[in-house]
Design a protein around this ligand. Sequence first.
Ligand SMILES: Nc1ncnc2c1ncn2[C@@H]1O[C@H](COP(=O)(O)OP(=O)(O)OP(=O)(O)O)[C@@H](O)[C@H]1O
Ligand SMILES: [Mg+2]
Length: 366
Amino acid sequence: MSQVSLREVNKIYGEGAGRVHAVQDLNLEIGDGEFVALLGPSGCGKTSTLRMIVGLETITSGDIFFDGRNISRLEPQDRNVAMAFETYALYPNFTVEENLAFPLEVRGVVEATRRSKVREIAEILRISDILGSHPSELSGGQQQRVSLGRALIREPSVFILDEVMSHLDAHLKFRMLFDLKRLHRELKRTMVYVTHDQVEALALADRVAVMSNARMQQVGDRNTLYNRPANVFVADFIGEPPTNFFRARVVADDSRLTLAVEDSDLVLVPDEGTAAALKRSEPKSVIAGIRPQNLNLSDKPVALNARVAINEYLGERSMLTVYNGSIRFRALAPPETRISRGEAVRLGYDPANVMVFDPETELLIS
Ligand SMILES: Nc1ncnc2c1ncn2[C@@H]1O[C@H](COP(=O)(O)OP(=O)(O)OP(=O)(O)O)[C@@H](O)[C@H]1O
Ligand SMILES: [Mg+2]
């Protein structure tokens, strides 16, 4: 059992001119056995948050609970949580087997038990064949697995991984992603995985917690973050290529509501639900968003007219950068699309995919 709750957690480093508010009023609930990814740009406070969960950093204010028990002031060794870092930190003079057994030895576990635990974890991590090797003889990916094994062998109830794959090549990363997912399934531990890579976060986790600027922006599954982003930051950060944003005036008459994009003759038509939400809150202008994936060369009834600036062939698809007036935005097309610079295109969309945000707060309206 380990359910983790962070309540109104703050971390402030230093004071005076050197004061950094690294984590601000952070709330997060992680279910027992859940796999949560903490995602956000560099410097947003991810590692600080983890270090407070583990106990390597004091909590400036707020509390952290494991299964309802306040552990905020407990020493790291009394929290039953393990952390694996990007750096491997293996003992160079020990074999893989000795490295794995070490945390058990420190705890006074008898040799026979140590041996069987090492075998078990080595099998899960697929490193049984290198137990006799020294770290210097291993590849980066193998070292990474041994280091994960050493953190896991203590059987922590919460397992935390900080950017553990950021310097592996794409191929190894893919295999490790797969292994981590399997590991989570087999061990059924509560896991928190930190990354600034959305592909990793979305591939691995049950839910993703998006942080920016010391604050939690949104916690949700892939579908929620993608289709119902809480604010402009999440809509921009999640999805590749990022969402197109337009400053637009709300034009409403009795029969119809449309969004007239500034500095262009583009008009976006939202769906009925969004139109109704805008009629209720009556903003004069909004930030409208639509994903490049949702703008396609097609004969859909509603479309944006534009001209092509760049047609980039990306292998499995083409990315069109287009313009209308002084507004540039992007759309996706089939890979073999032959369109050249300056050509006029009609980019069809489904009104349901038009998102609108408050221009002041940048929060999603609908
Ligand atoms: N020990 C410290 N003393 C002072 N400031 C710190 C300390 N540790 C982190 N910070 C600052 O706190 C902020 C958050 O840092 P943190 O390491 O938590 O970010 P992060 O999201 O993990 O970033 P990255 O993706 O680069 O690892 C940054 O502005 C950082 O400079
Ligand atoms: Mg970090």
